[in-house]
Design a protein around this ligand. Structure first.
Ligand code: NAP
Length: 255
């Protein structure tokens, strides 16, 4: 007889440990707190541990262990060291959420090599670094990986050649790692958010923001917790049989 998971279980991640990168604010903070509410211990990662103090406090407030860590996700050796430290300190790694990301927008003809390289290094290589460093740990526990891409990685966007390329790369990486790790029971999926209200989008001028909102079929900008809800689905019992997929959470923007 097969067992049907009980959807009434609100804390299906008790006893598991989740690494969330870019957890100091915005979407990453919402993801960390949501996974904590589901019972997971949280390793909150940003450019410095101090920047994650608020996230850690919010996670501890729901009764789970939570620790803050600082690293530049683009630095392979430092990431490798950090993943080992997190596993030793928190008792393993079951879930990896690659969310840290930056933009350095500009039209192609004016984009510097440095701005191209840095965005790809943080968004794409940063994801690779954590996936590679945590893969063995995740293989031991049939773990879960969720990579935060972007809808512009699918549609493209004028002024974001570097960012769109990095986010398209995250989708290709997700599909490839999903194939490599499926045999070990690890699922690997991506989420492609649309226009979400965070520090990252705060710089967009109000007139352009209003125009963007009008272009969204659901008629409004998204919230960070709406991306966290999709992550919660993928790492919870509902996500058992999904791998290599990209879930677009954009209010219909890309339709
Ligand atoms: P945000 O508010 O700007 O936060 C970015 C996070 O990434 C911060 O925690 C930041 O840490 C961390 N970070 C940046 N560079 C890092 C590095 N080199 N090493 C370690 N951590 C680093 O961004 P957000 O809007 O929440 O976006 C989160 C993710 O969603 C990003 O991957 C972004 O591309 C993606 N996304 C966002 C939107 C949107 O509309 N907001 C849409 C599609 C996709 P510090 O606080 O220490 O700087």
């Amino acid at each position: 007889m097969s067992t049907i998971p009980n959807p009434g279980d609100q804390r299906p991640l008790v006893g598991k440990v989740a690494i969330v990168t870019g957890a100091s604010r915005g979407i990453g903070q919402a993801i960390a707190v949501r996974l904590a509410q589901m019972g997971a211990g949280i390793a909150a990662v940003a450019t410095s541990a101090e920047r994650c103090a608020d996230t850690v406090a919010q996670c501890r407030a729901v009764g789970v262990p939570a620790e803050a860590f600082g690293v530049d996700v683009a630095e392979s050796a430092a990431v490798d060291e950090l993943v080992k430290r997190i596993a030793a300190q928190m008792g393993g790694v079951d879930i990896l959420i690659n969310n840290a990301g930056i933009t350095r927008d500009g039209l192609l003809l004016r984009m510097s090599e440095e701005d191209f390289d840095r965005v790809v290094d943080v968004n794409l290589k940063g994801t690779f670094n954590f996936v590679k460093s945590a893969a063995r740990l995740l293989m031991k526990v049939r773990g879960r990986i969720v990579n935060i891409s972007s809808v512009v990685g699918i549609t493209g966007n004028a002024g974001q050649v570097n960012y769109a390329a990095s986010k398209a790369g995250v989708i290709g990486l997700t599909r490839s790692v999903a194939k490599e790790l499926a045999g070990r029971g690890v699922t690997v999926n991506a989420i492609a958010p649309g226009y979400i209200e965070t520090d990252m989008t705060a710089a967009i001028d109000p007139a352009a923001a209003a125009k963007l909102s009008e272009a969204i079929p659901l008629g409004r900008i998204g919230r960070a917790d709406e991306i966290a809800a999709a992550v919660a689905f993928l790492v919870g019992p509902g996500g058992d049989y999904l791998t290599g997929q990209t879930i677009v959470v954009d209010g219909g923007l890309s339709l």
